[in-house]
Design a protein around this ligand. Sequence first.
Ligand code: 5GP
Length: 199
Amino acid sequence: MGKNKKIKNQHKIIVISGPSGAGKTTLIRKVVKRIPTLAFSISATTRPIRKGEREGVDYFYISEEIFKRLIESDSFIEWAKVHGNLYGTLKYHIDELIKREKNVVLDVDEQGAHQIKEKNIPAILIYILPPSIEELEKRLKKRKSELTKEMKKRLENAKEQILSKGFYDYVVINDDINKAVEELKDIINEYIKNEEEIG
Ligand code: 5GP
C-alpha cells in the first residue's frame, strides 16, 4: 500500500464482541441504521438458520465442507468455532462493502477480535456487556426497568476489568437499549471522524 494514500479514503473497521443473549445483535443493527456510512458485515456460518433469520441478511449459511474449503483458500479475514459451529468473516464480502465506501461493523466473538488484532488490521474494538441473565429475568418478572444500584456497581466493575486488560478500546453496557445505541453511535462516529481528520 502506498504511504501517501490518504487515510480518509480508507474505510474503517469496527469490531464488536460480547456475550450473546442480551441484545448485542439488536444494538448493532440499530446503530447501523443510524449511521449512513456504516454497513454490517454478514458472516458465513455452518450453524443452521434460525426462525426469523434470512440468508444473506443475517448470515451466509453454508455447509461445513464449503466452510473448510474457504479456510483452505484463505478466504477469511478471521474465523472461529463458537458453540460447536464455524463462523467467519469473508474477505470478499468486506472488500465489496469497502468498495461501496462503507465503514464496516463486524460482530465477532473474542477469538475473531484477537485474530483481527494479531493481523494488525486497523480497527476499533468494542465490547458489549449485557446485564446478567439473572438480572434480566428478574427485571422481566418484576417489570422493573431500572437496574439496582448493586447491579450497576457490578457492571461498572466488569467494565473496568475488561478495559484494564487493554485489549478492547471501549466497553458499552447494554442496559437501556436506547442509551446503549447512543453511546455506541457516538464512539463509532468519533472514530470515523477522527480518522478522517488525519488524512
Ligand atoms: P449466533 O449464532 O448467536 O448468531 O452467534 C454466536 C456467536 O458467534 C456470537 O458471539 C457472534 O459474535 C459470533 N460470530 C458471528 N459471526 C462471527 C464471525 O464471522 N466470526 C467470529 N469469530 N464470530 C462470529
